[in-house]
Design a protein around this ligand. Sequence first.
Ligand code: ADP
Ligand code: MG
Length: 454
Amino acid sequence: MPATDPALQPLLDALQFSPDNLPLRQHLGELLRQAGRHQEAETLYRDGLHLAPATPALQLGLAEAYFAQRKTSAALVVLEELLAAGPASGPAYLLHARLLLDEQQPAAAHDAYQQALRLDPHLADTALAAKLQAAAPAQPVAAAGLVPPPPAPAEQARLLGLEKPKITFQDVGGMEAVKEEIRLKIIHPLRFPDLYKAYGKATGGGLLLYGPPGCGKTYLARATAGEAQANFISVGIADILDMWLGNSEKNLHQLFELARSQTPCVLFFDEVDALAANRHDLRQSAGRTVINQFLEELDGVSASNEGVLIMAATNAPWQLDPAFRRPGRFDKIVLVTPPDEPARTSILEILLQSKPLAAGVNPAAVAARTAGLSGADLKAVVDAAVDTRLRLSMQSGQPLPIEQSDLLGATNSIKPSTKEWFATARNYALYSNAGGLYDDILVYLGLKKPEAGS
Ligand SMILES: Nc1ncnc2c1ncn2[C@@H]1O[C@H](COP(=O)(O)OP(=O)(O)O)[C@@H](O)[C@H]1O
Ligand SMILES: [Mg+2]
């Protein structure tokens, strides 16, 4: 397209003489973009924004012009400034969806697309919907722009994962200090609220479990519900992703409402860092809304959380938004370390429970040789022993029980998977340990003496 398109030139000349004629500038920008002259459109919108900063139509035009030139980051910066200023138009959200998809953020892209459709159903774009669906196959219905009908209450409870766990602290090997802390801080206040009130002790507030993967955080949360004879709702990473995709704030509210209607109830957010990541990391406004909603629910703004124990687990507490650790929120934080020797024994006993064992098998002796291994690592040990025995059984043509030597042999080949985690954790504990938040890590690593009474 030549720079001196005869139809456009008079308009371009006119704008030269009245640069602050916004409707003309907008119209011309659109014509330039239609003609594929995106770079000129970019200049025109940018000049316009110098004259009239924060004009939504110009911001959107500039973002479109950037997008057409595949300057995704620049487009996002401009567009998100527009979106941050308040409610925006359908086309703005539609462009946001496209940009987020380009940025490999299908969940957020989905949210933006939904918002665009809510504002203007005519913006439906089958090609974009198909791409969103391909990027997030877990949400086929919502991806097509359709909202499924709300399920019946019982069905909803099942969908949201309400259960009554059978395991208690008895099934959790070792970890005596952690169990005691949970009893004192959350189970007793739930059981004896009046006693706590009589002594002026505050109840409520959530408990955050953190530590290396595979060391029993999820298991412990479930056992806490069993120990407290409470209902248990576990919100996993997939549910959290759903929140990002669909009606996020509403879903989160529903979860809390379900917990409030089923007291006593443990409401557990597993891998909460996915939900509660530092808000500065979240460029998209959708994410911020979910987090603010989460904070409101934690604070019990709309309804009391009496009788609801809120727990969360994370492998990366340093990624959590500090707002989550304020009083009344996740104000109790407990390190779950790799299992100690009694814990390893009981984990091994559980893992070996239903397997054919030779007379000499001794879990305690295996536990003594596996310091530093996580629950998941111990499972790998047992799996390797089973493999060895299975191979030998194949050769001899008959099933042979697992021998102690199979287990001990396997311990040589499995290395602790938690080393890397502690290397990272150590740095946070040493260099960004505000208020002694990560002192437990230093104590565990032998870099600090335990405090008396803790
Ligand atoms: N103290 C323990 N007692 C019994 N089993 C345990 C214990 N710790 C971990 N396990 C076992 O190890 C598995 C992995 O633990 P999990 O809770 O998934 O770890 P995390 O959530 O910390 O990544 C559990 O399913 C459980 O079978
Ligand atoms: Mg877990």
